[in-house]
Structure formats: structure tokens, C-alpha cells
Design a protein around this ligand. Structure first.
Ligand code: GRF
Length: 197
């Protein structure tokens, strides 16, 4: 299986995904694409020998369809079987998603369906949750709403701040996403539950 990964920033999840696709793993990375040339993950992908591309969303202003046409053009060149969103911070329209639905995954830093959208760690703290975590799901037109493929749970500690909680969750993202991608590439849709070591 050929895997393309979309990033917007440092790409720590992308790095773990790329590092996982070796040996008898059924998938290989064929593209890392960022929506900004200064995404730190681009250099990391290049270092690992993965082809990269940049489609900056800013020149397209509000014209999402035109931006997505540019994304699609890069994807047609790379011809991936699976598209992984990893810290990708642009909302994709139903038009784009419909082309990839069933072959597109995303990782979200909350235990969906709780806390769709942004600032998930602050919201969990605000709510006084004792548990929090991350979710890998199939992407559908509704934001952060598709079928859940895996979740990892972490405890919320009394003295947690959004940053300390985010850091604890990120460690689990790096375990969960590669595990779910491998199963997904093998055609396994069984929900995976991990808990912090
Ligand atoms: C992190 O906040 C992570 O929780 C979310 O996207 C952000 C950046 O991740 N998935 P990455 O380091 O770019 O993978």
C-alpha cells in the first residue's frame, strides 16, 4: 500500500508513521505534503528519503476548491492508496473528502466524540475530566466525526496544564497512529484501544 501524509507543522506524527513502515509492514510512504513551506516536518521527511510537496493554502485565499484541486494534483502524481492527515490544520470540504472517504485517516487529540475541533486539552481540563487521550478515525465530511479506528487513554493529573496534558497525549498519538495505520493497511477495521503505559 502507498501512503501519503499531510502535515502543517513539525510532523512528529508523520515521523512515527514513516518510521513504522519498514520490513514486513504492508505500506510504504510515497509523499509528505505540507500546506506551508516552513512546516518543520518537510525537512524530516526529506531526511528519511520521502518525497515531499508544498501546497501553500494562502495564495488561494478563501477559494477552498482551488486549494483542494492543487492538493488533488499532487496526490494524482503520488497515487497513494491511503491518505493520513497528521497535524494537518486545514479543513477539507466534502468535495475533497468524498474522493478519499474510506481511504483517509486523521488523528485528533481527544477521546472523540468529546471535544471535536480545537483547544481539546484546555477543554478537558476545564471540564474536570480525569481521563483524556487521542483518536484515530476515518475522515468524513463532518469535522472530526468519522468511524473511530483507535483510541489511546491517558490520566489527567491534578496539576496538569494544557501543555503537560498535550505532551502526555502526544506520546500516545505516536503509539496509536502507527498501530492503527498498520491494521488499516491490512484491511483490519477492528477498533484498537491503548492505555498509557
Ligand atoms: C499536535 O497537537 C497533535 O496533537 C495533533 O496535531 C499537532 C501537531 O502534531 N495531532 P505533529 O507533531 O505535527 O504530528
Amino acid at each position: 500500500k502507498r501512503v501519503a501524509i499531510f502535515i502543517s507543522g513539525g510532523g512528529s506524527n508523520m515521523v512515527k508513521l514513516v518510521e513504522s513502515m519498514t520490513g514486513d509492514h504492508p505500506a510504504r510512504p510515497v509523499l509528505v505534503l505540507a500546506n506551508s513551506a516552513d512546516a518543520g516536518g518537510l525537512a524530516k521527511a526529506a531526511e528519511m528519503g520521502v518525497p515531499t510537496a508544498v501546497v501553500d493554502h494562502r495564495p488561494f485565499k478563501g477559494d477552498r476548491a482551488a486549494f483542494e484541486d492543487a492538493l488533488q494534483a499532487e496526490l494524482e502524481k503520488a497515487a497513494p492508496d491511503i491518505l493520513c492527515l497528521a497535524g494537518f490544520m486545514r479543513v477539507l470540504t466534502a468535495g475533497f473528502v468524498s474522493k478519499w472517504q474510506g481511504r483517509m485517516l486523521n488523528i485528533h487529540p481527544s477521546l472523540l466524540p468529546k471535544y471535536r475541533g480545537l483547544h481539546t486539552h484546555a477543554r478537558a481540563l476545564e471540564a474536570g475530566d480525569t481521563e483524556h487521550g487521542c483518536t484515530v478515525h476515518e475522515v468524513t465530511p463532518e469535522l472530526d466525526d468519522g468511524p473511530i479506528l483507535g483510541q489511546a487513554v491517558v490520566p489527567v493529573l491534578r496539576d496538569d496544564t494544557p501543555d503537560t496534558l498535550a505532551a502526555r497525549v502526544l506520546v500516545q498519538e505516536h503509539r496509536l497512529y502507527p498501530a492503527v495505520l498498520r491494521r488499516f493497511a491490512e484491511g483490519d477495521r477492528e477498533m484498537l484501544r491503548l492505555s498509557a503505559r
